[in-house]
Design a protein around this ligand. Sequence first.
Ligand SMILES: CC1=C(/C=C/C(C)=C/C=C/C(C)=C/C=C/C=C(C)/C=C/C=C(C)/C=C/C2=C(C)CCCC2(C)C)C(C)(C)CCC1
Ligand SMILES: [Fe+2]
Length: 357
Amino acid sequence: MAGRCTTRADRAGARPGGARLDEPSAEHAGAPRDLIAVPAALATAVSTTGVAAVLAVEVLVPGGWGAAAWVPLVAGLLLGLPHGAVDHLLPSYRLHWRPVGLLAFAAGYAALAALAWAVFTAAPGPGLLVFVLVSAWHFGTGETAFADLRAGGVPVPRPIAASVLGALVLLVPLARGSSEVAAISAAVVPGWDGQLPGAVRVAVLAVVLPAAVLLAGVSAARRRWLEAGEVLLLLALVLVVPPAAAFGTWFGTWHAVRHVARVVAEDPAGAADLRAGRLAPSLRRFAVAAAAPTVAVLVVLTLLWSAADGWRGFVAAYLPLLAALTVPHVLVVAWLDRSAAQAGSRRMGTCGMPSST
Ligand SMILES: CC1=C(/C=C/C(C)=C/C=C/C(C)=C/C=C/C=C(C)/C=C/C=C(C)/C=C/C2=C(C)CCCC2(C)C)C(C)(C)CCC1
Ligand SMILES: [Fe+2]
């Protein structure tokens, strides 16, 4: 079959047991199943436990997070920082660049982030709007890609599921709003009170919440039990936990952890260990590689942060920096998804993967 484009029907016939085309399969492996299995299992355990723990505090401790709601936000934002810190290595893992190519790419990455930061600070209102929309897309596609890889397949574009998931974890907390969210937004965009118009909030909640319930139902109907359960868990997180704390928890213990699982599975130097079920050496290599870029960004953050404003000033300085890093980060991750899908398709001898939900 290699070397020609197969039809949708051809590929359906190639599936053992007549499985649906949009369900990942072991033969479609982009990052082979034996490499992603152990990191994905650990990332799943960490992310669901992290979210469940934050939810449990809100529900079981009298007063819930209350005045401490900023702690999961700040902790999550900091925990999530290293997840993009080896972005410059990802193309090189697949394309086998020499050190000079790697350096040039890292310099381009830093230059693009610096340009994005300058644009954001020059026009913070439109900048924040674009940042939020791009972030929602990145979070959603990151989630569907991880689920596909965890199930032994390749990242299949699933634009509807990705939009619902991204909106659930970012737009719902923003639409619910809180004094923290408003104060940070107002600090990021001078001259704005940080309040979204009531009609926008109602519209977001009225569309996204039923869509998330539907997505959980569709996943369950397709016997993707884990994905269905995860949507319900995230639904509980964004509805029960204070909005800023819910977002920080998602970012630090879910999105970032799952991305790191993908990254360690990409590292060719860790392949033998991962195949033997050993994760520690790969995690050590990730920590070493991520340390310098993470510290570099932390130094910039410290310089930008006006200490007098406490944690709100910290987050208000951090968001433009995250927005800036998001531009090259999103491009690298989108490239990674495409490259993994193409590698998987080549293995199957097909010309691209079908999309679904
Ligand atoms: C590699 C490299 C480096 C580094 C890098 C890094 C470290 C990265 C990272 C990256 C990252 C780390 C990314 C991230 C992303 C993120 C995101 C995407 C987020 C989002 C968020 C949001 C959207 C928010 C929202 C809000 C508001 C608006 C208000 C309030 C509330 C809240 C917070 C919710 C450097 C430059 C040194 C050099 C070159 C190379
Ligand atoms: Fe990310």
